[in-house]
Design a protein around this ligand. Structure first.
Ligand code: NAD
Length: 264
């Protein structure tokens, strides 16, 4: 515990359960004194998220589906009423039809392309539009991305295209919002076994590949992503914006497989 986030209030979106990356970030912020609000997508997740919020001492638990503008408006209205302002926002949201996280990217349908882009990419901008109004004297916005935005990863397909657009959005939002002291950054996390990851075919193989072939020779945890998130959300990173920060055991610097990597 510490005081890095004392006096800061943040909205954390994307907690589905205690394996969620957003949960790792929420825990890290609260341990440093932050006050947080959580959102959940749909009633099925409400009963999972409410006890987690209680663990963080939060009673601000709000429904939000980012495909519904009115539901996003309602969240920011509630926050305005409860807090009058906002210091940070975590966007840990992505979705694509599971059937297209397999096979060839070239076979992506228009319907799923649009849906994937809306939920996984445009939602950051839609939320930034609303957060800006509650951040008149600055703030920090953080999203989650993956190396599949930069390089072709098996089965990541349309999600890789959406993450590339998301990373570009981080840069454009950082440029637009920097004038008022709002910073916008992303963490590019290595593979972690979460609910969202279970939609990706052969995810176990990807985990093993990263374990054997990253410089640290292991995968990362949500607590490690949480620590990096804490840095980007706190004043420690006050000179940093528009950045995509890799928390992936160094995998992205690797040019070839490790010589000592066993066969998978
Ligand atoms: P997760 O399943 O725990 O979280 C995904 C969240 O997205 C869920 O809480 C879900 O409710 C939410 N969501 C989906 N559609 C939504 C909608 N329409 N409205 C509101 N919320 C919606 O999985 P996670 O792995 O923690 O994912 C969080 C973020 O991290 C995602 O952006 C994901 O792409 C990214 N990421 C994950 C990994 C990994 O290996 N797990 C690696 C890099 C980046």
């Amino acid at each position: 515990t510490g005081t890095l986030m004392t006096g800061k209030r943040g909205l954390i979106m994307g907690v589905a359960n205690n394996r969620s990356i957003a949960w790792g970030i929420a825990k890290a912020c609260v341990a440093q004194g932050a006050e947080v609000a959580l959102t959940y997508q749909g009633d099925a997740l409400k009963k999972r998220v409410e006890p987690l919020a209680a663990e963080l001492g939060s009673n601000l638990v709000l429904p939000c589906d980012v495909t519904n503008a009115a539901s996003m408006d309602a969240v920011f209205e509630s926050l305005g009423n409860a807090w009058g302002g906002l210091d940070f926002l975590v966007h840990a949201i992505a979705f694509s039809d599971k059937s297209e996280l397999d096979g060839r990217y070239v076979d992506t349908t228009e319907k799923n392309f649009s849906q994937t882009m809306l939920v996984s990419c445009f939602s950051l901008t839609a939320l930034a539009q609303r957060a800006e109004k509650l951040m008149p004297s600055g703030g920090s916005i953080l999203t989650l991305t993956y190396y599949g935005a930069e390089k072709v990863m098996p089965h990541y397909n349309v999600m890789g295209v959406a993450k590339a657009a998301l990373e570009a959005s981080v840069r454009y939002l950082a440029a637009d919002l920097g004038r008022t002291g709002i910073r916008v950054n992303a963490i590019s996390a290595g593979p972690i076994k979460t609910l969202a990851a279970s939609g990706i075919s052969d995810f176990r193989y990807i985990l093993k590949w990263n374990e054997y072939n990253s410089p640290l020779r292991r995968t990362v945890t949500i607590e490690e992503v949480g620590s990096a998130g804490l840095y980007l959300l706190s004043d420690l990173s006050r000179g940093v914006t528009g950045e995509v920060h890799h928390v992936d055991s160094g995998y992205h610097v690797q040019g070839m497989k490790n010589e000592d990597a066993p066969d998978i």
